[in-house]
Design a protein around this ligand. Structure first.
Ligand SMILES: *[C@@H]1O[C@H](CO)[C@@H](O)[C@H](O)[C@H]1NC(C)=O
Length: 499
């Protein structure tokens, strides 16, 4: 049997390098190395599913699920030299490098690589820092901001731009407090540790506080890389779409003072505010959405950037290329703060589940993939219809309540009940057993794509089984797809909280 002795990873210059590079330009030098984690689990691998605390149970070294193939990131310059020593068939076009690269071939050999790897296995202490502003009227409802603090090398963008924004939001809220403001609900500022090692700080905290969060968390608002260039980007669970749009209309575009962020956002996407979805495991919202079903959003200005996870992502890079005037940082702090203020202070939570219903319509796309196998998506379509009706119904109830504020106060119980339904509806998408083969992921609508941790899938359980069925192509494998369709139908139909 052939076995991989090691994996050598490089970031191709085709993707990350321009003609000029840091410190003359924003691009990665050919000698630059992008580092990262190849561990794809969630949280501390010695405590799968439970919190990692001092003296707690840990699985043995043999049972720990971590990659066993040593891997090493190298620069494009080194990677290209290695590639030039490899013969064999020429790799597909989409695997080839840029114009300066040699021809990439598949090997094996004749080049031989001598890789020395010295691992260090230690259990060490990490520290999350949590700040609290207690809510005046609903202290047991939590609006949670989160950002991580640990960085690969300097981390000016990832995560320090986000940490700077969180400190700015905290500073502005402190100013409001000095003027007498008290939030209606409790606001938590969470500064996570060890995100780069596998979301460890946030995952362990969520596991430790699971019951409390399931019953009290309103929403989780994440900022990781706050700024890495121009252009607003956000992703969220769909009931937050409308709030994000409203907040983006209230903040001026840091790159054009004659329009709002909303204006530049919609013109860059060519019409419509495009909100991504929260399926990837690329940052600390993962445990909140995918493990316990808390609605969440992530915001940033500037997406992918060439010096990501390298030693060139320092303050000089940020102040020359990422955000020369630091106005983009201020804009992220403004949107983040506005979103949190609405969630913390609006009497009725600013959630609109109608966009969720709309999002679920992608179920229609499934039809084409499974109909010819004699499968049916009708149960799913039916329960999504039910979901849509419930979303419309609760929106109507909210309108009626807002039209009669005085009687609303008389009917405080009704208001409480509507708020409760809005908060809890997201939990209904989680399933106790979780996804097949990766049971930590409880959310049946959003999860990381199985083979791309940064990528996101909707209906991951169904698509995992479709992939398997396509290669197995047996009756049982297609029945497994049908089972997953039923499971999604059941969670979408489980709209009791929303109704
Ligand atoms: C700035 O915004 C205004 C108003 O939307 C627009 O007309 C103008 O083209 C923008 N300028 C740039 C440089 O994008």
């Amino acid at each position: 049997m052939n076995a991989a002795a090691a994996a050598v990873v490089f970031t191709d210059r085709k993707d990350y390098g321009g003609e000029r590079w840091f410190p003359d330009d924003r691009w990665m030098p050919p000698s630059g190395v992008q580092v990262g984690s190849v561990y794809t689990g969630a949280g501390d691998p010695t405590t799968p599913g439970w919190p990692s605390t001092e003296g707690c149970e840990r699985v043995s070294e043999e049972e720990v699920e971590v990659p066993l193939i040593p891997s090493l990131p190298v620069s494009w310059a080194d990677g290209d030299a290695i590639m030039r020593s490899i013969g064999g068939p020429v790799a597909d076009e989409d695997w080839q490098g840029g114009k300066d690269a040699g021809v990439y071939r598949l090997g094996p050999g004749p080049g031989v690589l001598n890789l020395n790897y010295q691992g260090e296995q230690v259990i060490t202490k990490i520290e999350n820092v949590i700040g609290i502003i207690h809510g005046a009227e609903e202290p047991d409802r939590y609006v949670i901001l989160g950002n991580h603090r640990d960085a690969w090398t300097f981390g000016a963008a990832d995560p320090n731009s986000g940490t700077a924004c969180m400190l700015e939001v905290a500073r502005r809220m402190w100013k409001l407090q000095k003027k007498g403001w008290k939030p209606r609900r409790t606001i938590l500022f969470c500064n996570w540790d060890a995100e780069e090692y596998g979301l460890i700080g946030s995952v362990e905290w969520v596991e430790e506080n699971r019951q409390m969060l399931e019953s009290r968390a309103v929403a989780y608002l994440n900022v990781d890389v706050a700024v890495a260039g121009a252009g607003f980007e956000t992703s969220a669970t769909p009931q937050l779409d409308e709030l994000l749009v409203q907040s983006a209309k209230q903040v001026m575009d840091p790159d054009n003072s004659s329009q709002t962020i909303y204006d530049s956002w919609t013109s860059s996407t060519g019409g419509g505010a495009k909100v991504g979805r929260r399926g990837g495991a690329g940052s600390d919202y993962s445990a909140f959405v995918q493990h316990i079903g808390v609605s969440a959003a992530d915001i940033a200005i500037g997406g992918d950037y060439p010096v990501y996870h390298s030693m060139y992502g320092d303050f000089v890079w940020m102040s020359k290329f990422g955000d020369p005037m630091f106005r983009r940082h201020a804009a992220v702090a403004s949107i983040w703060g506005l979103v949190v203020l609405r969630l913390a202070d609006d009497v009725i939570l600013p959630f609109n589940y109608f966009s969720y219903a709309h999002e679920l319509q992608i179920a229609e796309e499934l039809k084409g993939q499974v109909l010819h196998k004699g499968l049916t998506v009708v149960p799913m379509i039916k329960s999504i219809d039910e979901f849509k009706k419930a979303a419309i119904q609760i929106n109507d109830e909210i309108k009626a309540l807002e039209g009669s504020w005085t009687s609303m106060w008389k009917d405080g119980q009704k208001v409480r009940e509507v708020k409760e339904r809005l908060m809890m509806a997201e939990r209904a998408f989680t399933d106790r057993e979780g996804l097949k083969g990766r049971s930590w992921y409880k959310h049946l609508i959003y999860a990381p794509a199985k083979h791309n941790d940064y990528g996101s899938t909707s209906f991951p359980g169904i698509y995992d089984e479709i992939e398997k069925a396509k290669s197995a192509n047996s009756t049982e494998s297609w029945r497994a797809v049908q089972h997953e369709i039923w499971r999604v139908a059941r969670v979408c139909g489980c709209i009791v909280p929303l109704r």
